[in-house]
Design a protein around this ligand. Sequence first.
Ligand code: ADP
Length: 489
Amino acid sequence: MKLKLSGSLLRPTIRKELIFGVTSVHAVLMLIFIVGLVTRQHSFLLERARERTLHQAELLAASAAPQIISKDLAGLSEVVDSLSRDPTVRFAMLTDVRGLILGHTDPKHSGEYLRDEISRRQLSQPARSSIVYQGRDMVESVAPVSIENTVLGWAWVAADLRENNQQVAAVTRAGILNACLAVAAGMLFALLLAASLTRQLRLLLEGADRMAHDNFDQPVPLVSSNEVGVLTRAFNRAMRKLRSDRAAIEKAHAELQAANQAIQHANDNLREFAHVASHDLQEPLRSVAGFSELLRRRYKGKLDDQADEFIEFINAGTIRMQNLIRALLEYSRATASGADPIQPVDSGAALRIALDNLNTAIHSTGASIQTLDLPTVKAHEIAVVQLFQNLISNAIKYSKDHPLIQISAERDQAYWKFSVADNGIGIDPHDQELIFHIFKRAHGDQYPGSGIGLAICSRIVERYGGRIWVEAAPGQGSTFYFSLPAAPE
Ligand code: ADP
């Protein structure tokens, strides 16, 4: 199965981050480099143009001095003309100290006066060479024509910077082209790097996805030895361990299931045995009881006193045995696993049924029952009725004068904890565990009973995963607690 790693275009991935990162770094570096290069180139060319015009102005001034002295205008024009052949010179001229143009590369200006502000200001400056004007397209220099500290005039040379500008533009264009190439190369490099870096990662993610779908059999192929490769190796080890653990768990689970089935089977057998035995024993016992009753009625007072006493013993014994067998039958029925599904049961309604069933005992003893709102639990209604019935009938039976019974429930995590409290004779701490075992009793024969009720209660709560216990002290009443799973709200 192919794992989908590219969801939305906007979702960040290592590949995208790498490409973006490397490309941005390249672009920024190239920008810095081009701006630096162009600026350097521009200032270099400008500086060269400035030096050259200055030099040319000084040369012009030096070569024009004799002609100015001799007022040789034709000679001056020739000197100036020599510069017009230089393509970098836009114009050159010679003026006298007042600004009268004596010679110009454009002859039509000869005889004019310099009128512009910059030039006129220069005429009043001390006699030394300088740059008079520097613009985008032109730089102009001036040098004094002097002999023995006497200024005779000025030589002016203006250089054309357009060619310089063209050169700078060409350098800029070449720089941008190279930058684009470098950025493209960076992008390609990032793509290759991302592919090699993320390949192992993608395989690892596919492996994790397989593992999430319970497939532990196919290890992740190892295509790299970097940190992701090390992680992949660890992942494969974990996968192998999980596979073997899972096999062990499955084996243990199967064994547990088999054991459970065996226990269930044994329990069923035992229950069936208890049922059959108690059921089948009833028949011969009924005959024994019938005949001993017959014996009592027919021969009472006709044999000697001891014979009467023996017959009474036989009668009492058979009655006790009948009670025990009935209790055993009841117990085997209570613990039989019912086929009905476990459902939400209103424990308040179950309590009302139990109280109805105990109506006679409640009235004859004047028992007072107090109860709060009771919750809904997950169980069978008949089982909850049986629990309340057994505990309340015990609370009535093992009471002093006026039984007072309080029933309530409180939440304990996933369970409801019920309590049935009485003001009866209480129970010795030594017997408090024992009484939940079958046929075990704590108070001797002055109270009727077979010792089966609490054993039944215990089996019932265990069946629903709950538990039952008692808190009591002799003479101070008892509180029986039991827990049942809470029904979902
Ligand atoms: P039975 O009541 O038939 O003897 P149970 O299994 O219901 O059987 O009770 C076991 C024993 O626990 C009783 O014999 C009695 O000694 C003790 N017992 C049960 N409930 C109470 C109670 N509410 N107060 C005091 N003792 C109790």
